[in-house]
Design a protein around this ligand. Structure first.
Ligand code: F0G
Length: 481
């Protein structure tokens, strides 16, 4: 039998119009935004690949669930539905809802970290590390070296290097390491998974020394899919079984429901230890809201409870990551340098490789994201030196090995035709890459600077020169050529 292509296991019931702008408009918008794609208005974006966070399309079942919101201050039935879903799929007995992932990170950091502690993790995530630092810890990256090499095709580039972990524990002492922060998948490494074998080994190492393992479960379902596909002996297990297995090795998790769980807002802290949970339930009242709503409406809790069940459906997750692969493989075929292997939630352009004429202190990835917007109306995000911020002690810019632009795919939102336009746009920019200018700061906020920083091009008024000016813009969108 001839094999058929796969397709998304859903059809579209509601549509939201989007509009292509002219190049002249986009040049104005990017200048007004200080060459930072976070500061562009959404209505001025054609295809929005800024993030997969809170940008999912909800299902009819989730929308129906929204109508069943029990908006009681205390003890809403939706809280108990979410608790049931988290227990069933992630296995954490104790659930503390939060408005989003960083709310849970804040609580966990405050509860577990004492000033002077050390928190190892498999690469950093911006908000996670900041909360650890604000609580007085020093963060240590203990990911395997391959993760820092965009060309390495290691199947589990998110793995923790146990030798690096052990060296740190030996140096500072296990009593100064409250927990290991284990992210699955690893966002800033390129959406790279962690193997089950590694999770098990980390868990055994830590638990033998009284160190807890806290999962960043934000994209754990996507990690489970990679384990199913790539790890020996895992092919016959369901994604749901693998997810549960991963969590079983850990003591708790912070979760941004805005990714895997297919909702626009929401998160939670999951724990096993009832004593720690009681402390967290007390603390959540201070920062988020009562422990049965954690800053969310009852309807938001319900949408997340339903979304969790949908997120582990095999057909769904296959099409979700299939779409990311569709984009990544086409870019690779066109010779565009991207992080390999292709990750779970995004395709990451290797800006350092693409723009060797721009020095690191002129932020090639920031420039590339701005230029892509000017070229095509596609909005992406910098994940390089601007995101990495400054060293907490020296105040110097951090220059991570990876200087990337993330094309992040929202879940259930865009079609294959949208992906084709993105491919054409990136390839066109790749051909014009020598016309991209570097950037310098004009405004740099103190915390998480990438969100609100502003820039100007170095030695030019524009981030992307164009001889053709606003030339025959429509040509690329013609039906036939
Ligand atoms: N952990 C990871 C791995 C994340 O990717 C994020 C958010 C968070 C924690 C924080 O969760 O946003 O709900 O507070 N990542 C978004 C992104 C912002 O675009 O990658 P949050």
């Amino acid at each position: 039998m001839r094999q058929r292509s796969w397709a998304e296991p859903w059809k579209i019931k509601v549509v939201e119009p989007i509009r292509m702008t002219t190049r002249a408009e986009r040049e104005r918008h990017i200048r007004d935004a200080g060459f930072n794609t976070f500061l562009i208005k959404s209505e001025d974006v054609y295809i929005d690949l800024l993030t997969d966070s809170g940008t999912s399309a909800m299902s009819d079942r989730q929308w129906a669930g929204m109508m069943m919101g029990d908006e009681a201050y205390a003890g809403s039935r939706n809280y108990y539905n979410l608790e049931k879903a988290v227990r069933q799929y992630y296995g954490y007995e104790e659930l503390i809802p939060t408005h989003q992932g960083r709310g849970a990170e804040h609580l966990l950091s405050k509860l577990m970290i004492k000033p002077g502690d050390h928190v190892p993790g498999n690469m950093y995530f911006t908000t996670t590390r900041l909360h650890q630092e604000l609580a007085g810890a020093t963060f240590h990256d203990v990911i395997i070296d391959e993760a820092h090499d965009p060309a390495s095709t290691h199947p589990f580039k998110g793995d923790i290097d146990l030798k690096k972990l052990d060296a740190l524990v030996q140096e500072v002492g296990a009593d100064r390491v409250p927990y290991v922060c284990l992210a699955v998948t690893v966002n800033l490494a390129g959406g790279q998974p962690v193997s089950m074998a590694n999770i098990k080994a980390v868990s055994e190492y830590c638990h033998a020394r009284g160190i807890k393992v806290m999962l960043d479960a934000t994209r754990a379902v996507e990690n489970a899919w990679f384990v199913q596909q790539r790890e020996q002996g895992m092919r016959d297990r369901t994604v749901a079984e693998i997810l549960k297995m991963m969590c079983d090795y850990t003591d708790g998790a912070t979760m941004s429901g805005k990714k895997d769980s297919l909702v626009n807002i929401g998160g939670w802290l999951g724990l096993r230890d009832p004593k720690l949970a009681a402390l967290a339930q007390n603390l959540v009242v201070v920062y988020e809201g009562l422990h049965t709503y954690g800053g969310l409406a009852g309807r938001d809790l319900e949408a997340m409870a339903i979304g969790i069940g949908e997120s582990v459906e095999e057909e769904y997750i296959r099409s979700r990551i299939g779409q990311v692969y569709y984009l990544g493989e086409a870019l690779m075929e066109a010779g565009v340098p991207i992080v390999q292997p292709i990750g779970g939630h995004a395709v990451f352009l290797d800006a350092a490789a693409m723009l060797p004429h721009i020095p690191r202190d002129q932020f090639p990835a920031q420039a590339l994201a701005a230029a892509l917007y000017v070229e095509s109306g596609v909005r992406a995000m910098e994940r390089g030196a601007v995101s990495a911020g400054r060293d907490a002690k020296t105040g110097e810019n951090r220059y991570p090995k990876l200087e990337l632009v993330r094309l992040t795919i929202p879940r259930r939102v865009y079609t294959q035709a949208h992906m084709d336009v993105v491919i054409e746009s990136v390839v066109a920019l790749f051909e014009d890459r020598d016309k991209v200018h570097g950037l310098t700061f004009t405004y740099e906020p103190e915390y998480l600077r990438f969100f609100q920083a502003k820039f100007e091009p170095v030695g030019s008024k524009r981030v992307l020169d164009s001889a053709a000016e606003a030339a025959d813009e429509d040509r690329r969108f013609a039906l036939s050529e």
